[in-house]
Design a protein around this ligand. Structure first.
Ligand code: PLP
Length: 402
């Protein structure tokens, strides 16, 4: 049996992002495998009754059951924690399980949650339908309105929650300013970092306390597995792990293995997504049938300067408004032959969606208007195809409108 740990460390604290993305968290077994192994096992054996007792009591470290710990999942957790500049990470069965576990761990009845109005649809349902059942108050504010965030704080506000950039109109939140407001109120700031990933934005370095991920999106990057994660300090992750162990929405080893492989190419892919999205945004701006393009990489974007400071790259998601409302927007979508019509994002394949009639159809028309989600708005998550082909695919419908 060879122990490889002296020659092949598991942590690379003095190395850069891409080195950590490729190497952090991998504990080699005595087989000396170069790639990370998958451990599809539900439980673990003990050498004796006494060892079993010590593992169960926690007197001795080690695996007991894969709802608690699994070596493949641990590799993913350690790697993602390193990339987000966090001490600890808890992997979850989905992005929603990550947000759910944060709420269960850090809120109790009588508490108040203050959230950005522009959050993922299921996040909104979780807050409205389920948190309220347990007497947790929820209020929503405009992502960009710092005064509204400050005024909405209450003595019992325990969590602030936001996504940046927002979906689908790509507003960029000032994470540092909102973290400062949270901390002045003894509350925690949670940032859903799904759109950027740590390759673009590391919210903990701007003062956020917890980061959540839907690994389903860019971390997988090829639209295969559902998963999520929560990253933060040891102290804040410990109660999240407690919820996951007892409630059960933990990550499967196979999915952890796929996501770990995704992390290795994350910054390359995010750069390619961003390059393609910028080219598409610039082309869209020149089209007569396009009234408005929302993309943080355009100098015309209202939070361009902030995005330059907070994000390493503008990211892969943009939206644009076509002249002619819903009929025109649907015409552009239906004229595509390459781009996939689906609300998913973070895939190598470019996707297009009409927010007003899909992801944001639950809102009233006034709410949509207030959020700038007009009937002519289309959202694109730009993939890794040749961007000229994506442009051609959109031009088919757009040139008919002009
Ligand atoms: C998809 C998504 C989620 C939910 O993740 P699942 O893995 O689908 O549960 C949460 N937040 C954002 C911003 C998302 O895009």
């Amino acid at each position: 049996m060879t122990d490889y740990s002296d020659r092949y460390p598991t942590q690379f604290p003095d190395c850069g992002f891409d080195t950590q993305a490729v190497r952090a968290g991998h504990e080699r077994t005595h087989e000396g495998e170069h790639a990370e192994a998958i451990f599809p096992t539900s439980s673990y054996v003990f050498r004796s009754a006494a060892e079993a007792a010590a593992r169960f009591s926690g007197d001795e470290d080690g695996n007991v059951y894969s709802r608690y710990t699994n070596p493949t999942v641990r590799t993913f957790e350690q790697r993602l924690a390193a990339l987000e500049c966090g001490q600890a990470c808890a992997a979850t069965a989905s992005g929603m399980a990550a947000i759910y576990a944060v709420c269960m761990a850090h809120l109790q009845s009588g508490d108040h949650l203050l959230s950005s109005r522009s959050v993922f649809g299921s996040t909104n349902v979780l807050f409205e339908k389920f948190l309220r059942k347990f007497d947790i108050q929820v209020t929503y504010v405009d992502l960009l309105d710092l005064e509204a965030w400050e005024q909405a704080l209450q003595d019992n506000t325990k969590l602030l929650f936001l996504e940046s950039p927002s979906n689908p109109v790509i507003e960029v939140a000032d994470i540092k300013a909102i973290a400062d407001l949270a901390h002045a109120n003894n509350a925690l700031l949670v940032v859903d970092n799904c759109f950027c990933t740590p390759a673009i934005q590391q919210p903990l370095t701007f003062g956020a306390d917890l980061v959540t991920h839907s690994a389903t999106k860019y971390i997988d990057g090829q639209g295969r597995c559902i998963g999520g994660a929560v990253i933060g300090s040891d102290e804040l992750i410990e109660p999240v792990v407690g919820v996951l162990r007892s409630a059960g929405p933990t990550m499967s080893p196979f999915n952890a293995w796929v996501f770990t492989k995704g992390l290795e190419t994350l910054s390359l892919r995010m750069k390619a997504h961003s390059d393609n999205a910028l080219q598409l945004a610039q082309w869209l701006q020149q089209q007569p049938a396009v009234l408005q393009v929302n993309y943080a990489g355009l100098p015309q974007h209202p939070q361009y300067e902030l995005a330059q400071k907070q994000q390493k790259l503008p990211g892969g998601v943009l939206s644009f408004e076509v002249r002619g409302g819903q009929a025109a927007a649907w015409q552009v979508m239906d004229a595509t032959r390459l781009i996939s019509i689906t609300a998913n994002l973070g895939d190598a394949k470019t996707t297009i969606t009409h927010p007003a009639t899909t992801t944001h159809s639950r809102l009233t028309e006034e709410e949509r208007e207030g959020a700038n989600i007009g009937p002519g708005l289309l959202r694109i998550a730009v993939g890794l195809e040749c961007v000229d082909d994506v442009i051609k695919d959109l031009d088919r419908g757009l040139s008919e409108l002009a």
